[in-house]
Write a protein of this length. Structure first.
Length: 333
């Protein structure tokens, strides 16, 4: 994904001007083959819009989305159809995303029918296999969504998402509506399935413990922008962006080497509205270490301790705008 932008028009026409919601404001992301990228941020930071643009459920305002090397950002519905089997979304609330009038078997079979895959017998075999992989008893095949628990419904949604063997699964807060005890079992199912089937995953969540559990790599989003990205271990051990540091400091942990639970950084103010036009760093109004430059110059997402760890903050760049700390050369600091 490069320089992805999605601005919505909103507000009343009565009061004159309509406002622009800058939901996604220039996002760059790469999700490797077989990688789980956790996209974490507060609600309203634009995470879901990123996922929805990648799945082409939302038309981006601008930017490029490449899937398996092909630019899909400008494909028409018809051109996108053959690629539909490559990207699937699992939503937060399986209850509203599953057709209440279809049985479990019908729900999981439907994508195969739509894409004309296999004979009826082959489809049945694939569906049984997928139900088993997601931990659903075959006895549930004739049941309707309302007869299932929340966890079972999310397993059905997963089975449906995976039945065509997609390259990319976009999981948008898939466990946030579930009890904590059920969350862990669903996360384990996702991890097991990912290892067995090898799909890539964009895992969207506001929950740090979930993102820490599931991700290979993590991107932190704030007000429509990625402010930091790193491997999971690196992000939790050595967060660079002041926003990430504040986020992690607020989360308790039993691990003393983790940045979580260190002295708590309290942010002033609330997340600004995405309708506000903010100059400079999107975080400057709340940043405890902001400098003059932050109010008028947008920080770029640059390598911090290496190309795998990037942060968008002026404090890690030199006066001339070149990265001060870069490519693992910490001696420059
Ligand atoms: Fe804070 Fe400035 Fe860094 Fe933004 S660029 S996070 S305001 S120090
Ligand atoms: Mg959301």
């Amino acid at each position: 994904v490069s320089n992805l932008v999605k601005h919505f028009q909103s507000g009343s026409r009565l009061g004159g001007g309509r406002t622009v919601v800058r939901a996604v404001d220039g996002v760059d992301l790469t999700i490797g083959r077989g990688e789980i990228l956790g996209l974490v941020g507060e609600s309203g930071s634009g995470k879901s819009t990123v996922g929805s643009c990648i799945a082409r459920l939302t038309q981006p305002s601008s930017g490029t989305i490449r899937l398996l090397g092909r630019d899909i950002s400008t494909l028409s519905r018809r051109e996108m159809r053959p690629l539909r089997s490559e990207v699937h979304v699992v939503f937060q609330d399986p209850y509203s995303s599953l057709n209440p009038r279809m049985t479990v078997g019908q729900i999981v079979t439907e994508p195969l029918r739509q894409h004309r895959r296999g004979t009826r017998a082959e489809r049945n075999r694939i569906v049984s296999d997928m139900l088993e992989r997601t931990g659903l008893s075959l006895e549930l095949v004739g049941r309707f969504p309302h007869e299932l628990s929340g966890g079972q419904r999310q397993r059905v949604a997963l089975a449906r998402a995976l039945v065509l063997g997609p390259s990319l699964v976009i999981a948008d807060e898939p466990v946030s509506a579930l009890d904590v005890s059920v969350q862990a079992s669903i996360l384990n199912v996702i991890l097991d399935l990912q290892i067995d089937l090898g799909f890539s995953c964009l895992f969207i969540t506001h929950d740090l413990s979930v993102v820490e559990f599931i991700s290979d790599r993590i991107a932190v989003m704030y007000l429509g922008k990625i402010v930091e990205t790193a491997t999971r271990a690196e992000l939790f051990r050595d967060p660079q962006h002041p926003y990430t540091q504040a986020l992690l400091s607020a989360a308790p942990t039993a691990d003393p080497s983790s940045a979580r639970g260190r002295e708590r950084i309290i942010l002033s103010g609330d997340l600004p509205s995405p309708t506000e036009e903010i100059s400079g760093c999107p975080f400057h109004a709340r940043c405890p270490v902001a400098i003059d430059r932050c109010t008028n110059e947008v920080p770029l997402l640059l390598g911090v301790t290496g190309p795998d760890h990037q942060s968008a903050c002026h404090l890690v760049t030199a006066e001339n705008g070149a990265p001060l700390i870069n490519q693992g050369d910490k001696n420059l600091v």
